[in-house]
Ligand binder design. Structure first.
Ligand SMILES: [Zn+2]
Length: 452
């Protein structure tokens, strides 16, 4: 560990977190110990935590106070994860419909967030200091599995203009302090990708962090230009927010000469699972209860694939209880060689978003088109299909009373042409239904050009 890393992880980061009223350092220390506990002890501790969490939620959150009353339940009826099945699921619509009733009226630290991922319908929700502290502590624990600590140089490739907008002065200062630099991976042409490659070579980061699709693209470009990225001292590439395909892992690993560590989670559901050096995805078991359900909402046994449902116990001021992620996965009962007792999540099929390609050859993350539609109030959901470089189709389902008037159509066409090229034909129309893919997942952007 370098002197600078020691200084940051031991002194500056704890101070920063303290100023932000985050309890991260204490949480991380406790997580570092509990990851080795015997499974029985982990489970007993988690049951206690669940009971306390439910007690607090019933005392403070109007929505759950009413729900428990309607169901004739008391907090004492929830003793372990199995009892959670007595409670309803929480989905995006329920959060939208009960937003005010889901807040603790006494909460002082709630901040508004929305999902920046690739799901078509944005979800607005609240995060508390408690929840953010747990997210940061879990990420910190997972980076240490790979011998990377806070304060080590990090390059983050991120695509959301919302996150880029958040690059205010405080954020810039923090990034400088923690030696984290951001690559805006929103729309990329070869020239920009080559500049990123130069930036990575000059920075020599200890870790890469971001979308697998973006690091795969950077790796491909480096290879095409015969640029060696192997000996930069990169210890690990953390990838998250998208499904990681085996060919991407292979390509990133070979090109950067470092292992790839997959992470699964989101701003909404939290830091759910992370890959350890033995190749398994360990759950953030102390903080989370993960259930796997079939399409009718029935719990599935260990080993069977279904929708991932999460209860996050650090969310007492805006609870996520039985939250439906829309992602598909299975729990595993195998033991990991690394010795950590945290249970394992297997075969996650997260959301996937394709790249799209502009008429001039610019490669863009699918999010660059998703954001155009997400900003339009009357749109309920959508699907974008890039049939060819010359033609893109936009399927829309509008909210109840809305109709696809000319202004909306023209605005969408103009913004799509701004990104894809003036000469590109954009066919916008309404549909009755947008079916899921065979895997059961919705894909909001499909490019027949880049996936061919
Ligand atoms: Zn492990």
């Amino acid at each position: 560990m370098s002197f600078y890393t020691k200084l940051v992880s031991g002194l500056m980061f704890p101070l920063h977190e303290k100023l932000k009223k985050h309890n991260t350092v204490a949480i991380k220390q406790s997580l570092e110990a509990s990851q080795w506990w015997p499974r029985d002890k982990l489970i007993a501790q988690r049951n206690l935590r669940l009971q306390r969490f439910i007690q607090k939620v019933c005392e403070h959150i109007p929505y759950y106070r009413d729900t428990f009353a309607q169901l004739g339940l008391t907090p004492a009826d929830i003793q372990s994860p199995a009892d959670l099945t007595n409670l309803p699921f929480l989905d995006k619509q329920t959060i939208k419909d009960n937003f005010e009733q889901l807040k603790d009226p006494l909460a002082t630290s709630l901040a508004r967030f929305n999902t920046g991922g690739s799901s078509g319908e944005p979800l607005v929700f609240m995060l508390s200091n408690e929840r953010v502290s747990h997210d940061v502590a879990e990420k910190w624990r997972a980076t240490r599995w790979w011998n990377v600590d806070i304060g080590d140089k990090e390059i983050v490739a991120w695509g959301s203009p919302i996150e880029l907008g958040a690059q205010d002065k405080v954020r810039l200062l923090r990034d400088k302090l923690f030696r984290s630099t951001l690559i805006p991976a929103f729309d990329m042409n070869e020239e920009k990708i080559l500049a990123f490659i130069e930036h990575i070579r000059a920075t020599r980061p200890a870790m890469l962090f971001g979308y697998p699709s973006v690091f795969d693209l950077i790796a491909k470009t480096a290879n095409q230009h015969g640029i060696d990225m192997k000996n930069l001292g990169i210890k690990v590439a953390f990838v998250t927010s998208e499904r990681l395909y085996p060919y991407q892992r292979e390509n990133i690993q070979t090109t950067f000469g470092c292992p790839v560590a997959n992470g699964y989670g989101g701003r909404d559901a939290g830091f759910i699972a992370h890959e350890c050096p033995s190749g398994n995805m360990h759950l953030s078991f102390e903080d989370l209860i993960v259930e796997i359900i079939d399409p009718n909402g029935n719990p599935l046994p260990v080993g069977e694939k279904g929708e991932i449902v999460v209860t996050h116990m650090a969310t007492s001021e805006f609870p996520f209880i039985r939250y439906r992620t829309g992602d598909i996965g299975a729990l595993s009962d195998k033991q990991c060689d690394c010795g950590r007792t945290l249970p394992i999540l297997e075969s996650i099929e997260g959301r996937s978003t394709d790249f799209v390609i502009g008429a001039d050859g610019t490669i863009m993350h699918g999010l660059s088109l998703i954001y155009i539609l997400r900003d339009i109030q009357d749109i309920k959901t959508f699907k974008i299909i890039q049939h060819s470089v010359e033609e893109t189709e936009v399927q829309l389902i509008l909210k109840n009373a809305a109709d696809l008037h000319d202004d909306m159509r023209h605005a969408i066409i103009a913004k799509f042409q701004q990104r894809l090229g003036e000469q590109v034909s954009i066919n916008v129309h309404c549909v009755k239904d947008i079916p899921a893919e065979k895997s059961g997942k919705y894909r909001y952007v499909i490019s027949k050009v880049t996936s061919a």
